[in-house]
Design a protein around this ligand. Sequence first.
Ligand SMILES: [Zn+2]
Length: 468
Amino acid sequence: MGLKLFNTLSRSVQEFAPLDPAGKKVGMYCCGPTVYDFAHIGNWRTFVFADLVRRYLEFNGHAVTHVMNITDIEDKIIKGVREAKTTLPEFTGRYEAAFLEDLKTLNCREPHQKPRATEHIPEIISLIEKLIQRGVAYKAADGSVYFSIEKYRGCGCNYGQLLKLNFDEMRAGERVKSDEYAKESVADFALWKARVPEDGDIFWPGPFGEGRPGWHIECSAMSMKILGASFDLHLGGEDLIFPHHEDEIAQSEGATGKPFVKYWLHGAFLLVEGKKMSKSLGNFFTLRDLLAKGFTGREIRYLLLTAHYRETFNFTLDGLAGAKTALARIDECIGKLRELSGSQTGFAGDPLSITPFVNALNDDLNISEAWACVFDWVRETNSRLAKNTLTPERAAIALGTWEHFDSVLGIGTKSAGEAPAEILVLTEARTTAKKTKDFKRADAIRDELKAKGWTIEDTPKGPKLKKL
Ligand SMILES: [Zn+2]
């Protein structure tokens, strides 16, 4: 049985077959961050999900080209630049760097290409020109260029491929300029926004006049430039299905006349402590907020990966505490295997243990079943270790099995000789304190570490712990 995935386009679970006739290459695009703030834990669920998809495709031997855009021009960004009285590159650069750092903290493989919208203005302009030529885009009296849903549908094209839309009930024909618009209306959306005084000096010259691109067109232009007019996978959070992804399809297929994406995958919402995240409820967390509470990237990644991607997941601080326990069970088992196997490495693993794990993931990435396989294996291995029935060679094979699991899960293990969890938590808290320029707290933690017998050395690769 090969990999099956739920395709939002067909609303069904389908066998995954790449467009590449050799079945090897896979083009995958995931809508990236809008860099106006730190990404929150709901955003991270989507990026960890994308990482799981990529890792599993690579595990299956596919040559994946993973593209994630950086939206560095958008309504909220312009507002942020204005309020911070800074420049666009300074403002977005800060949040982009933070995003990439957080991506690493969660052990996500870095996308092969991270195109920025502001570096693709010529491609965006030429795509808009194509849409005007094809008669599905028009310049309005306000100087902006809009996509015409009526004209597009008039050509026999289908607007509403991902989501069944009832055009009679929707206020069709209205125009929207903002990057996000109400879910209950179908409206012509801006491809190019004419310069307005609030934009300050953020604008580009274009054949339609000075202005800047809309959000939706950025993704069409950049994904097709890198992956071609048709590609395999497009991922994002379910909140992007409409209008963002629907508009991406309309713009892309409206310009090329070819099917845009073969499989659309959407990750479900995240609740925090049982409620929709909101700053006023106190359940709004960025990754950094959770690190400051003493949790590790590894624990957060584990928890985000415990639920099926299409299920709404309730993320809780208790769940994170549970993650710590679950990971400690794995670490203990791997630690013992390492001790027993000595220097023997490079074993392929045990197919009897790996096959059920693969079968679970092939079933639309049934991650809870995959974890069950991992913990069954941990239990069995522990019982063999306790009975002393494992030879050093069998222990090395077991480590090979774990490496297979972990190449997909990406949670890693505590390496031998690593500091105890309590010390690592303090080290992370100190890093966070330094990042937020709370040097007083950083120094206090350094003293606390010293009292517990550890010194910390700051290196270009991050803090290094040494036993006193
Ligand atoms: Zn997008």
